[in-house]
Design a protein around this ligand. Structure first.
Ligand SMILES: Cc1cc2nc3c(=O)[nH]c(=O)nc-3n(C[C@H](O)[C@H](O)[C@H](O)COP(=O)(O)OP(=O)(O)OC[C@H]3O[C@@H](n4cnc5c(N)ncnc54)[C@H](O)[C@@H]3O)c2cc1C
Length: 335
């Protein structure tokens, strides 16, 4: 993260006064895609980091922005967003984590699961119930009552740090409230809408990486005295992969391009859910086809493709299940 921070990659969409380059959401998304081609885990960590950045940039106080954004953009500090609970990530309205006002702070209690950067994170932006509604609170690493309960091993994204977190009478200063008290659902929903397309871009990058491996292999592997690229069955798989990638690319770029043209997150809900959905589909479909082109080598962990296959399935649940992505689109189509 320090290396990509020094290259200016983390802050591509962030304001210049905090060290970003404000180049836009689309360039930031393309950076995620390009990294995912070769290193999906890192691309995913980069994507996840965009969520706390966006929250702080959009709803943070001037003091919060000054304190948290520059080190995050430089990659010197790492942040996480903790929304999912053991009782179900799809139903964020039913939050069991609570934050109760106590003097000049909140007392936080609850559990969060599958939190990327949860263990290595210097700050965790926690979605918690404050009375009837939700709020976002930044919890600093080392705060008494905040524990990283365990690292959760996943099939893919092996260098990702996905953790279960516990909060037990954890005191958080009121100065760490992001946005208004009770405004947490709106903050979380807008943030996920903005960051979802970048998860799709991780899927797109994985698909491109898998396609490149399959194409190279098809030209090099000879059977019956000729490269297997001469076999029509292989050609058709390569064409399908290339077509799927091409089609997915424009669906995935579109919400980011819309944001860069001034549209608000509420206007791109369907587009970003669709981008995330198609990113999972293209990653899974193309890596499965690439696996078939490579024959037995496709499933050997000695080859990079097996890693891409494992990473591809992680796209499905990350920032919301495919069914939830369809649900969001249906809401907009039917209204
Ligand atoms: C690699 C990875 C990284 C992650 N990082 C983070 C993170 O940083 N922060 C964070 O907060 N969370 C994170 N998550 C959690 C992720 O957001 C959740 O896993 C996801 O939202 C699904 O929640 P769940 O696993 O509890 O499944 P559930 O919500 O229990 O869903 C179970 C099944 O029910 C279906 N379902 C649920 N509701 C409906 C409905 N209304 N209609 C139809 N079907 C429905 C789902 O589609 C799914 O098939 C991460 C997950 C992964 C895999």
């Amino acid at each position: 993260m320090r290396k990509i921070g020094a290259l200016g990659i983390i802050g591509i969409a962030s304001p210049r006064e905090y060290g970003g380059s404000k180049a836009g959401h689309l360039p930031a998304l393309i950076a995620v895609e390009e990294i995912a081609r070769v290193y999906p885990s890192l691309a995913f960590i980069l994507e996840v980091t965009q969520a706390p950045l966006y929250m702080i940039e959009t709803w943070g106080t001037p003091e919060q922005k000054q304190a948290w954004l520059p080190p995050l953009i430089r990659g010197e500090k790492i942040a996480a967003v903790a929304a999912t609970e053991p009782t179900g990530g799809s139903d964020l309205a039913t939050l069991n984590t609570t934050a109760v006002v106590d003097g000049d702070g909140y007392v936080l209690n609850g559990r969060k699961v599958y939190i990327t950067n949860g263990g290595v994170g210097d700050w965790v932006l926690v979605l918690a119930r404050t009375g009837e509604r939700a709020s976002v609170l930044t919890v600093e690493k080392g705060t008494p009552g905040f524990v990283v309960s365990r690292r959760q091993e996943m099939m893919g994204f092996k260098s990702g740090d996905v953790c279960e977190l516990g909060f037990s009478n954890c005191r958080v200063p009121k100065a760490n409230l992001i946005g208004k008290e009770g405004g947490g659902q709106a903050v979380a929903m807008a943030t996920f809408t903005v960051s979802r397309a970048a998860v799709g871009a991780v899927g797109l990058g994985i698909a491109r990486g898998a396609f490149e491996i399959a194409l190279k292999y098809a030209k090099e592997r000879t059977l019956y005295g000729k490269p297997i690229a001469n076999l029509q069955a292989i050609q058709f798989m390569l064409v399908d992969m290339d077509t799927e990638i091409d089609a997915a690319r424009w669906l995935i770029y579109r919400p980011a391009a819309c944001l860069d043209r001034g549209m608000a997150p509420r206007d791109i809900g369907k587009l970003s859910a669709r981008a995330k959905y198609i990113g999972g589909e293209v990653a899974a479909s193309v890596t499965m086809k690439a696996m078939q082109v490579l024959g037995g080598y496709g499933v050997s962990p000695e080859y990079h493709l097996a890693r891409l296959l494992a990473d591809a399935v992680e796209i499905f649940p990350a920032t919301g299940m495919p069914q939830i992505m369809k649900f969001i689109q249906a809401l907009e189509i039917l209204k």
